[in-house]
Design a binder for this molecule. Structure first.
Ligand code: PGA
Ligand code: ZN
Length: 415
């Protein structure tokens, strides 16, 4: 339980230089904060971010959302609260999709309240998450996005993310080293084979090679894994973010047009050729028919992750479980707007036997909440971006510190 003595909000900037909401709370035990991240490839069904649409910051200002924080805090003032109670009040006041106060306001506030509650119980944040979720601590395997396309980069690739996954690492520290080494070998390979202008990095720290198609990108990545000496230890994951290349019943990718079944064949070929273990959003967010067909045909070979499909929303997760559309939840707190509701979403997924992958957004900050969230939830998977750019390395470094605190006995990974 905690009494929130003083709640303050301000506009700060994220990793793209766009404004976002920071909340600061004073309690009798000290001061805590929370910052909302922000997406670029935002699902249509996500909770709503409120932006000013005025001249400042080219319309992206968040002063309205900042002013909403004290209005929300008013409802929490003077009470002895825990995070769950506070989040229920915040969620009810903000209405459906957090439309009245903005998910950027509610997310920053909810993260700060979680930290305040943890501090007042004398628990590190990851132990607090474990306590409220009733789950065992576990270090997550990082999914590192090292080739960027889609809405996160200005190259030609339609597929948004190609990730490396050090499944055979023994610890988070070893996983980080394997990722960093492979990332640098990939950079050298790109400079040698394509040219140094292709080695610049995009929003999540991955490279943007001038490359013709998905097959070539996967060949390049697989070659780097081999060159780094990790062919049996490192696998590949894809986030297609397919809503972004879907145009009236057809998917336009690699210069070709596909109906759903054609795209399933294409994914199947890629899985046969490369060590792919996970595909996120292979179809558009409301293309349930093709998700279902894909999961039926390929779900036994790889994990199928729902991001834009599920938007961390319990209603959409229940539907996907019933219809057998996928088997892994991508968990993003700001898609639903409070930590408690995101934990509710994760519980539904775990109860259905699914995996859960905690995820960053393409617009991030120095806030490392997701590192504690992934460890405390014990889900074994976290999507973090490349080991490059301060807002990404902050999450790796926080997890390295947590692992050191927990010592050798802590489990690693989801299997
Ligand atoms: P976003 O992308 O943060 O730009 O929405 C991340 C993702 O699609 O997983
Ligand atoms: Zn995604």
């Amino acid at each position: 339980m905690v009494k929130l003595e003083k709640v303050k909000a301000r506009e700060v900037i994220d990793s793209r230089g766009n404004p976002t909401v920071e909340v600061q709370i004073d309690t009798s035990k000290g001061r805590v904060f929370g910052i909302a991240p922000s997406g670029a490839s935002i699902g249509r069904h996500e909770a709503l971010e409120i932006r000013d649409h005025k001249k400042a910051y080219l319309g992206l200002g968040v002063t309205k959302a900042v002013r909403n924080v004290p209005l929300l805090a008013q409802r929490l003032k003077g009470k002895q609260l825990d995070m769950i109670k506070a989040d229920r009040i915040i969620s009810k006041a903000a209405g459906k999709n957090k439309i009245k106060f903005g998910a950027n306001a509610t997310t920053a506030l909810s993260i700060a309240v979680a930290r305040a509650d943890a501090l007042n119980r004398g628990l590190p944040l990851y132990k607090y998450i474990s306590y409220v979720s009733g789950r065992k601590l576990r270090m997550p395997v990082p999914f590192a996005n090292v080739i960027n396309g889609g809405k996160h980069a200005s190259g030609g690739l339609e597929i948004q993310e190609l990730m490396i996954v050090p499944v055979k690492a023994k610890s988070f520290r070893q996983a980080t080293q394997m990722i960093s080494e492979t990332y640098h070998v990939l950079k050298q390979d790109i400079i040698k084979k394509i040219g140094k202008e292709s080695a610049n990095v995009a929003d999540e720290g991955g490279f943007v090679p001038k490359i013709a198609n998905t097959y070539e990108a996967l060949s390049l990545l697989n070659g780097a894994i081999e060159d780094a000496g990790y062919q049996r230890k490192m696998k590949i994951a894809i986030d297609a973010a397919a809503s972004n290349f879907y145009y009236i019943k057809r998917y336009v990718i690699d210069g070709e047009k596909f109906f759903g079944d054609g795209l399933i064949d294409k994914y199947q070929d890629l899985i046969n050729m490369f060590p792919v273990i996970s595909i996120e959003d292979p179809f558009a967010e409301d293309d349930f028919r093709n998700f279902k067909m894909f999961y039926e045909r390929i779900g036994h070979r790889i994990q199928v992750v729902g991001d834009d499909l599920l938007v961390t929303n319990p209603e959409r997760i229940k539907f996907a479980i019933k219809e057998k559309l996928c088997d892994t939840l991508l968990m993003k707190v700001n898609q639903i707007g409070t930590v408690t509701e995101a934990l509710d979403a994760a519980k539904l997924a775990f109860d259905a036997g699914w995996n859960v992958m905690v995820s960053h957004r393409s617009g991030e900050t120095e806030d490392t909440f997701i590192s504690d969230l992934a460890c405390g939830l014990g889900c074994g998977q976290i999507k973090l971006g490349a080991p490059c750019r301060g807002e990404r390395t902050a999450k790796y470094n926080r997890l390295l510190r947590i692992e050191e605190e927990l010592g050798k006995k802590v489990k690693f990974g989801w299997q």
